[in-house]
Design a protein around this ligand. Structure first.
Ligand code: SF4
Length: 409
């Protein structure tokens, strides 16, 4: 669906603000290119022999009393989460903001199994209230206007009409604070892990991960298999590059390190369970798209993309991986009806590659993805779509009202 003009204006503003913050932050880094190269090398180094690195991570994690589980796909990951929760005897949990949790659709799986799963990030919570999916890896509701947020809260909670952003933010936070104080179990997407030490890193700017790992008695960590680094030193480069490109800051405000369950005398989880999620990432490498797995989900390529600016995250067929990198990986990660159309949401501007700190050749990979899909799709289907398009475009009386109706909403 094409967003209305007000939402497109919001997306445009989001793009300008985040790009300016990112450019200014990178400009202050001495030897920025060397830092990017360190991060790229850190990722390429583990991808070159991922099975051996994962084996080492598993060994390190087990030596710290972490219960390690393996999920081949999203269904598997959800099954392991639900099974672990049943074994722990818990029926509710809080989750952090992480694209991997959206990728496996953990909220849906929890609901189907009568588990109450609440997102602690106000953006995710708002998206849930507004019946939307997060549209950006860092700014999940960056596309929503203050008016839309206010309307959602007025409708759901009957709050008095207000357009004060601070008031709206504290209104959303209030029930989440209460839920946090009650929580026993946290389901957390992990940003990075260090293979050598079995350390899991979670980053944010509001302290949600630190609160969750401090208060929850049981923690279920989800890690996608490529988000690993060989050493803590390698992790350091990835953390800095992420913070600079995602938030325009030299470092995240909070970096939570988790290695082992806490002893009874101090705060922290009593049990830690780790689910290592493949979900077609091995296929991505086998099919020659391995460089896409350098992605650290900083979202920088999204806000510079002219297509994303027009259609927002909602235009990407409800995929959790939106924007230019979504066009590369969604066709390989998701069911074909959800993922494949994304490969065609690209206008060849090349801005994404320039913005990507991990130097992923996104335009080349999108072209390669289209070539791969063209080989797999029956040519008849293409012919049918082109014939519909030809008929529509050659009849201005049909074509222009259709475009106007969508653009002027
Ligand atoms: S492709 Fe690059 S810019 Fe885009 S989210 Fe991944 S790391 Fe960030």
């Amino acid at each position: 669906m094409i967003p209305n003009q007000r939402t497109r204006h919001t997306l445009h503003r989001l793009g300008n603000l985040t790009t300016a913050a990112r450019d200014a932050a990178w400009a202050r880094v001495e030897n920025a290119e060397a830092l990017k190269q360190r991060a790229i090398h850190a990722r390429d180094r583990v991808l070159a022999d991922l099975p051996a690195n994962l084996e080492q991570l598993e060994k390190a994690a087990r030596s710290h009393d972490v219960n390690v589980l393996h999920a081949n796909d999203a269904q598997d990951a959800n099954r392991l989460i639900i099974q672990t929760m049943r074994e722990l005897g818990v029926t509710d949990a809080l989750r952090n903001h992480h694209p991997l949790l959206d990728e496996i659709q953990v909220d849906r799986a929890a609901k189907a199994n009568a588990i109450q799963l609440t997102p602690l990030h106000p953006g995710d919570y708002l998206a849930q209230l507004a019946n939307e999916r997060p549209g950006h890896p860092i700014w999940p509701v960056g596309h929503l206007t203050v008016e839309a947020i206010s309307a959602t809260l007025q409708k759901k909670w009957r709050i008095p009409e207000t357009y004060n952003p601070d008031h709206l933010a504290s209104t959303v936070r209030m029930p989440l604070r209460r839920a946090l104080l009650r929580t026993h179990t946290a389901i957390l997407g992990v940003d990075f892990a260090s293979v050598e030490d079995g350390v899991f890193v979670l980053m944010d700017n509001d302290g949600h991960n630190a609160s969750l790992t401090g208060l929850a008695r049981h923690v279920i960590l989800l890690l996608s298999i490529e988000q690993v680094a060989a050493t803590l030193n390698d992790l350091d480069a990835l953390i800095q590059v992420f913070a600079l490109s995602a938030w325009g800051r030299p470092l995240p405000a909070y970096v939570t390190h988790l290695q082992c369950p806490a002893p009874p005398e101090i705060d922290g989880p009593r049990t830690i369970h780790l689910v290592l999620v493949d979900n077609h990432r091995t296929d991505i490498m086998d099919q020659g798209f391995g460089r896409a797995l350098r992605c650290i989900q900083c979202g920088a390529c999204h806000t510079v993309c002219p297509v994303y600016e027009q259609i927002g995250g909602g235009g990407y067929a409800n995929s959790p991986y939106t924007g230019p990198i979504g066009a590369v990986i969604s066709p390989l990660l998701l069911r074909s009806d959800l993922g494949e159309p994304q490969a065609y949401l690209c206008a060849n501007s090349g801005h994404c590659q320039a913005a990507c700190p991990m130097n992923i050749p996104i335009p080349d990979l999108i072209h390669a993805q289209r070539r791969r899909l063209a080989k797999t799709r029956p040519p008849k289907e293409d012919k049918r779509y082109f014939s519909i398009w030809r008929r529509l475009i050659s009849r201005p009386r049909l074509f222009f009202p259709f475009i106007r109706r969508n653009l002027e909403k």
